[in-house]
Design a protein around this ligand. Structure first.
Ligand SMILES: Cc1cc2nc3c(=O)[nH]c(=O)nc-3n(C[C@H](O)[C@H](O)[C@H](O)COP(=O)(O)OP(=O)(O)OC[C@H]3O[C@@H](n4cnc5c(N)ncnc54)[C@H](O)[C@@H]3O)c2cc1C
Length: 480
């Protein structure tokens, strides 16, 4: 959020109670749109060392047999990247933190805990205490964004309640490093696929993550306590259902209660909630952090337009309007996946396995299950025109070529701006207002223009479009 705002030359202060990057991974999966947002922050090349594509996953039954294997997402890389990646969070955070400390428009107060806030019609104010000395800081600003996690002090200070979507289940997450590389001839193999173990007695998840990192997750039984599961012998016994625990070094084990929650309001006056402060979902779809990063991309350009006086403050209401329903759809998908994996009732487990059997044999059933699991909807209402059914959808990102330059991804030419993409002459009178408000980058793909891209032009023709006007978060504002 800070990097996106600061790239508009806005001054940002961050208050973070931790003094350094947390050394262990929590989130482990990110999607193409998230990577596209890192691309907008100019960080995608640096990230290559800590991400690896994730293409297929397996659902395994109680008896160890394969119930279903599915390709994750879309092989065409419609948005410019693989649909899904594993990543190593401490490395990613270190890259972001370096960018933050180097940015001239960002002041990072690391090791300062915010414990009070107030707001007036003209601005916000917070008080933060240094965690290791008797020092207080007061900071005033035009707007405040609470990106302060599930226990958000910002949310609590604003008196905003959480609404539950009815999912509460305890799991233990065990992060490990492989002590020795595995080979195909290994007598103790570990799958190269991400696996959901649909064992009604002990549902589990296995993630073949980046490098030597392997994650194992096990659902707790009703009678089990957190203390029992934090015992290393118990953890070794759980790991032994996958591989000899001697081959793994446990780097972290934590018990979590997976929730699905949404703040009743995401905005109050000049204060906003983003990320886990606004919403939490079970991690089965790997979308909690991705959703928070989408929140930031959505809110940053809107704050910029309002602060620079290009739009009135009402625009900021569209943040909650767009993001809340988007996150709700994704949470429903994560809950669907969670319930599928966690099924414990013997009869329901048999029905679930039969559903997998049908999905294995009938493409339509497989597709219906995929749709239930991935409910990434376009925005229904918000800051866009309703001229074309694609308005409110994320724009594709093909490779494009400018004159004789090497082909590169579309967004390279857009930066954090609006963009007007056209393949033929468009109606100037319609777009005049938008052009003067948003000052978009012009990308001319007509015969006279410098840009070419077979994929982009074919996509525009298929949708009978002459032009597309994109918002800085790459959602389609207007098209015709
Ligand atoms: C086991 C597990 C696996 C997951 N896997 C994935 C995944 O694969 N993909 C995915 O997209 N998501 C995943 N998630 C979800 C993801 O981790 C969260 O959605 C994400 O971390 C939320 O980020 P955030 O910045 O909103 O909140 P947080 O990560 O909680 O960060 C909040 C920050 O605010 C700071 N803070 C809090 N209060 C104060 C205060 N008063 N003053 C100053 N600083 C404060 C904290 O120190 C912290 O650094 C997973 C979650 C879990 C539990």
């Amino acid at each position: 959020m800070a990097l996106l705002l600061a790239d508009y030359d806005l001054n940002v202060a961050i208050f973070e109670k931790q003094t350094a990057v947390y050394p262990y991974p929590r989130a482990i999966h990110l999607d193409d749109e998230t990577l596209r947002i890192f691309q907008a922050m100019g960080g995608v090349e640096e990230l290559q060392s800590c991400i690896t594509p994730f293409e297929e996953m397996q659902f395994i039954g109680s008896d160890g047999r394969l119930l279903l294997q599915v390709a994750v997402g879309d092989a065409t890389k419609a948005y410019g990247h693989h649909s899904s990646y594993w990543f190593y969070q401490p490395d990613l955070e270190a890259i972001l933190r370096k960018k933050i400390t180097e940015h001239k428009h960002i002041d990072l107060f690391s090791g300062y805990e915010v414990d009070a806030l107030s707001q007036s019609p003209s601005g916000c104010s917070i008080k933060a205490k240094a965690i290791d000395k008797a020092e207080w800081i007061q900071c005033k600003g035009g707007y405040l964004v609470g990106c302060d996690g599930g226990k958000s002090i910002v949310r609590r200070s604003l008196g905003i309640a959480l609404e539950s979507l009815d999912f509460d289940q305890r799991w233990i997450v065990i992060d490990t490093l492989l002590k020795t590389e595995l080979s195909d001839s290994d007598s103790d193999p570990l799958s190269t696929y991400h696996q959901q173990i649909c064992d009604r007695k002990r549902p589990a998840t296995y993630v073949p993550a980046v490098g030597k990192h392997r994650r194992f997750e096990f659902m707790l039984k009703k009678e089990e306590t957190e203390l029992e599961l934090l015992d290393s012998e118990k953890q070794r016994a759980l790991l032994s259902t996958f591989i000899s625990p001697d081959r793994l070094e446990i780097i972290r084990a934590s018990v979590y209660t997976y929730h699905a929650l949404s703040a009743e309001q995401w905005k109050s006056g000049r204060c906003f909630l983003a990320g886990d402060a606004a919403h939490q979902m079970p991690p089965f779809a790997g979308q909690g952090m991705c959703s928070g990063i989408r929140d930031a991309h959505n809110l940053a350009f809107k704050l910029n337009l309002v602060i620079k006086g290009k739009k009135d403050a009402q625009l900021l209401d569209s943040y909650e309007q767009e993001r809340k329903s988007h996150v709700r759809g994704i949470s429903k998908g994560a809950i669907f996946l969670g319930k599928l994996i966690q099924t414990q009732h013997p009869l329901l487990a048999k029905l679930r396995d039969f559903q997998f059997f049908l999905a294995r044999h009938f493409a339509l059933i497989k597709e219906l299950m995929r749709k239930d699991a991935i409910q990434k909807q376009p925005y229904q209402q918000g800051f866009f025109t309703e001229k074309h059914r694609l308005c409110g959808q994320l724009m594709i990102q093909p490779f494009v070529q400018k004159s004789n330059d090497a082909p590169t991804l579309l967004d390279t030419y857009i930066g954090n701006h609006f963009a007007l993409i056209f393949i033929d002459a468009y109606d100037n009178t319609i777009l005049e207002r938008f052009v003067s408000d948003f000052n978009p980058v012009h990308l001319d793909f007509s015969e006279q223009g410098p840009f070419t891209s077979e994929v982009l032009v074919a996509w525009m023709r298929k949708h009978r479009l002459n032009y597309v006007l994109l918002r800085p978060d790459r959602y389609i504002f207007d098209a015709g």
